[in-house]
Design a protein around this ligand. Structure first.
Ligand code: MG
Length: 367
């Protein structure tokens, strides 16, 4: 089987809440997502999606994804999409770094492999654990009382895990954590995600001030070393996210006892292939995981669901249903949240059928 064409589509995904705000005053109102189509000479087509959280979150931006696909696409024509490890090495030889550029192509190849095998991607990634898996809801940064009200509202929709966007003024963040904690009920889990927004001394003030609150602290500072310094002086469960982009940092973090949970975002690792490698390593080391991506719509949510559903339940801390945050549906067959939980499709491949009327014409076409 050979790749005959690679195409990229640009789709805008407006937020249901109007905007999404996090550390450092960063916000997004309409996401710029890239849907990737890979065609083969066997008549099988696979789909992937890459949607950076704006150009200022990770070293990734939407137009860069499309430019990267135009750059490496021609040299991938004729490659066998089923030989995914080999294809990843080929992409690395063609373009150094830029894992997010490769992520959509890699996901589309998993979709093809699943269709050819007649199996859902989660089966190929290791197997399905349980009927469904647990989701968190991200709570966009607002004043403390508004965030507490959002938590109450989303609990009514079935969520039990809440990830607060903090990483702003530490005094306000302390109030945010306390205000939301007052809303929690038994069984709820609270995560304060600073998204690299605090300096070390600010992070230390916050963790001291919320010492008696049952809250996870996620990625307080920009660097691994800064986070480790905070980690070593707090007894809150500790999550690393933005600095975790490959197996090297996972091995180092395991040796340093730097975290209890890591956040595995598919595009940060360069696709399902490398995200699965990280997932399997964490599973063997007993490190729990949040499995998700930077952002996305139906296809990203489908890819997340297959990776999350094939992760041992006790090590899947939480996952995400991004397609419920946005107003545009790009594909039929994408998983839909039921309460605070989600399940991967049982259809072959990713189990999604993109909506041609939403996609329009491709903005990149190779082959
Ligand atoms: Mg995070």
């Amino acid at each position: 089987m050979k790749i005959t064409k690679i195409a990229a589509y640009r789709v805008e995904l407006p937020l249901r809440e109007g905007s999404y705000k996090w550390s450092g005053g960063k916000s997004v109102t309409v996401f710029d997502s890239t849907l990737v189509r890979v065609d083969t000479d066997a008549g099988v087509t696979g789909w992937g999606e890459v949607c950076p959280l704006g150009p200022f979150y990770l070293p990734a931006y939407a137009a860069g994804c499309r430019a990267g696909i135009a750059e490496i696409g021609p040299a991938l024509l004729g490659e066998d999409p089923r030989e995914i490890e080999r294809l990843n090495l080929r992409m690395d030889a063609l373009l150094k770094g830029h894992p997010y550029v490769k992520s959509g192509i890699d996901i589309a190849c998993w979709d093809i492999l699943g269709q050819v095998a007649g199996l859902p991607v989660c089966t190929l990634l290791g197997g399905r654990y349980g009927d469904d898996f647990v989701l968190y809801r991200a709570i966009s940064q607002e004043d403390p009382e508004a965030m507490a009200q959002k938590v109450a509202g989303y609990r009514d929709e079935g969520y039990r895990r809440f990830q607060l966007k903090v990483g702003g003024d530490p005094d306000v963040d302390i109030d945010r954590i306390h205000a939301v904690a007052a809303e929690l009920r038994p069984g709820d889990r609270l995560i304060a995600d600073a998204n690299t927004g605090w300096t070390r001394h600010e992070a230390m003030r916050v963790v001291r001030a919320v010492r008696d609150v049952d809250v996870y602290i996620e990625q307080p500072c920009p660097s691994y070393e800064e986070c480790l310094a905070v980690r070593r002086r707090t007894d809150h469960p500790f999550v690393l996210d933005e600095v975790v982009d490959g197996v090297d940092v996972l091995v180092r973090g395991h040796a340093d006892l730097a975290m209890d949970v890591v956040n595995i975002k598919i595009s940060k690792f360069g696709g399902l292939t490398r995200a699965r490698l990280a997932r399997d390593l964490c599973a063997r080391l007993g490190i729990a995981m949040t499995i998700e991506d930077s952002w996305g719509g139906d296809i990203t949510t489908a890819a997340i669901a297959h990776l999350a559903h094939s992760t041992p339940t006790e090590l899947l801390f939480t996952s995400t249903d991004f397609n419920s945050y946005v107003t545009v549906s790009t594909a039929e067959g994408a998983p839909q949240r039921d309460g605070g939980r989600l399940a991967a499709s049982t259809e072959p491949g990713l189990g999604v059928s993109p909506r041609a009327d939403v996609l329009g014409e491709p903005v990149v076409e190779v082959g």
